[in-house]
Unconditional design. Structure first.
Length: 182
């Protein structure tokens, strides 16, 4: 019994919770999201929770296909930078091509929204995601699984951020469940 308690404590100390947002608007959107979730669970940690999937218009542009978006809660032993590198590799494996155009269509986009309650600001990584509180397509799925989570900089819960969000983009619950890893 003592070894099991030690193991649980050891795991707790070295495991981190990250919230990720996934989305894509090219090709078979369902398949790309499902494959990304599967890759994350194999390569980056354990998916503890997954939001429903939502269909949303492309943000910042008018002439693109709609996105499918969802959020996942991940338990990981990876550092924030190592997690970001792993997620970029998954995006590349699933055909993501990074273009100079800021809001270009994509097969898959995976953003780290939160990593524990850490605040990180480097040239290559900003956590919490700097625009998550402005985007209903992020807040809606995040709210579905973590409404009480408090943003470490804004000191508001996801429920409060969603209520205050001025983005009035349409958000439609997608009829299929894509996250089967939980």
């Amino acid at each position: 019994m003592k070894f099991k308690q030690f193991l649980n404590t050891f795991t707790y100390i070295f495991m981190n919770t990250a919230y990720l947002c996934l989305g894509g608007n090219m090709g078979n959107r369902e398949q790309y999201l499902s494959e990304a979730i599967a890759c994350i669970s194999v390569e980056a940690g354990t998916i503890k929770n997954c939001s429903p999937c939502y269909e949303t218009p492309a943000w910042g542009v008018d002439n693109q296909a709609h996105y499918l978006n969802c959020c996942v809660e991940l338990t990981t032993d990876l550092s924030p930078l190592a997690l970001m590198q792993k997620l970029l590799g998954i995006e590349q494996k699933l055909g993501r091509i990074r273009e100079s155009m800021q809001y270009a269509p994509r097969t898959i986009d995976i953003d780290i929204l939160f990593y524990n309650q850490e605040v990180i600001h480097t040239d290559t990584l900003i956590i919490p995601h700097p625009r998550l509180h402005l985007r209903r397509f992020v807040l809606t799925p995040l709210h579905a699984m973590a409404p009480a989570f408090v943003h470490p900089l804004l000191k508001q819960s996801i429920a409060e951020l969603l209520q205050a969000c001025n983005d009035n983009s349409s958000i439609t619950l997608y009829p299929k469940t894509l996250c089967t890893s939980v």
